[in-house]
Design a protein around this ligand. Structure first.
Ligand SMILES: NC(=O)c1ccc[n+]([C@@H]2O[C@H](COP(=O)([O-])OP(=O)(O)OC[C@H]3O[C@@H](n4cnc5c(N)ncnc54)[C@H](O)[C@@H]3O)[C@@H](O)[C@H]2O)c1
Length: 273
């Protein structure tokens, strides 16, 4: 049970987001959540009208989905590309005396995948490479940094991030650019597990999940065929979002001594092929 615990949940876009399943399970198990969504903040500058419109709508959708699924929980805008946003976000939590028992990093972005087509690595620009790395991997370091800077993340907290098998090997859906960022995310997980375990008794783990088309990110990248192939190859068939939620919540338990793990919640896909 997660009674008297509070977790920060990033990466909810709508009710199908993997992070939403995790948030729901935390609440079911007696914990509380603070959810962040990508939106227009006072730290954004020089944005086009189109970009402003996108961020505003994104946050409205996020707000409605969270209210419908979780009820009246605490919500914040968070764009991990903006250091000032992360800083003021963590500072505000501290001002409200919020103490976190951990957080879920469920954030990824790769503009080199468009209409389910993947740009060959040789064509990926430095900007595309760095943007994907920044949002999908480096943000785990920075978010941890600011939450610790303002003493929001408690001693003994648990951090989980979401990855997938392509971080380690080329699969039937070779997402070149984001796969490299996921490899970095996993490495960051391991380095942080060592650093934060020693300094603050904080655990850091990553979970590799099955392909899932229900979410915005999944739907924009995967084909039905990918999901079917993976389902056939997995001894227990593809894992479902609820399987992932159970495992994250397990890793969020305060009494575990598990860290630096790259967990597979994939129905056993990783042992095949
Ligand atoms: N869908 C899958 O098949 C699958 C499989 C394994 C792992 N994952 C991982 O799970 C995580 C969640 O993905 P999902 O499938 O639930 O899709 P999703 O689209 O619901 O979630 C992706 C989230 O990233 C957020 N995001 C993007 N840029 C951001 C930024 N600059 N600042 C803050 N937030 C930002 C989006 O707003 C969105 O909420 C991702 O890390 C993804 O790579 C997904």
């Amino acid at each position: 049970m997660l009674t008297n615990t509070t977790f920060l949940i990033t990466g909810i876009a709508d009710k199908q987001s993997l992070a939403m399943y995790v948030a729901k399970e935390i609440i079911k198990q007696g914990g509380s959540v603070i959810c962040t969504g990508l939106g227009l903040s006072s730290h954004h500058s020089n944005l086009s009208e189109k970009a402003k419109g996108f961020l505003t709508k994104n946050f409205e959708d996020f707000k409605k989905s969270v209210f419908d699924e979780l009820g009246d929980v605490s919500l914040e805008i968070l764009d991990v590309t903006l250091e000032e946003n992360m800083d003021s976000f963590a500072r505000n939590l501290s001002k409200k005396n919020i103490q976190l028992n951990g957080f879920l990093h469920a954030i990824a972005m790769d503009k080199t995948i468009r209409n389910k087509k993947v740009k060959p690595l040789l064509e990926v620009t430095k900007e595309e490479f760095c943007d994907t790395m920044d949002v999908s991997a480096y943000s785990l370091i920075r978010l941890s940094h600011y939450l610790l800077k303002y003493n929001v993340l408690q001693t003994g907290a648990s951090i989980c991030s979401l990855s997938y098998i392509a971080a380690a090997k080329v699969t039937f859906h070779p997402y070149r650019n984001i796969s490299i960022a996921k490899a970095a995310l996993e490495r960051i997980t391991i380095e942080l597990a060592d650093e934060l375990g020693r300094s603050d008794n904080i655990r850091v783990n990553a979970l590799r999940f099955s392909p899932y088309m229900g979410s915005k990110a999944g739907n924009a990248t995967l084909n039905e065929e990918d999901v079917q192939i993976s389902d056939k190859m997995s001894p227990l068939r593809n894992a479902k979002p609820q399987d992932l939620a159970f495992e994250v919540v397990h890793l969020f338990r305060p009494d575990l001594r598990i860290t630096g793990e790259i967990r597979h919640v994939d129905g056993g896909y990783h042992i095949t092929g």
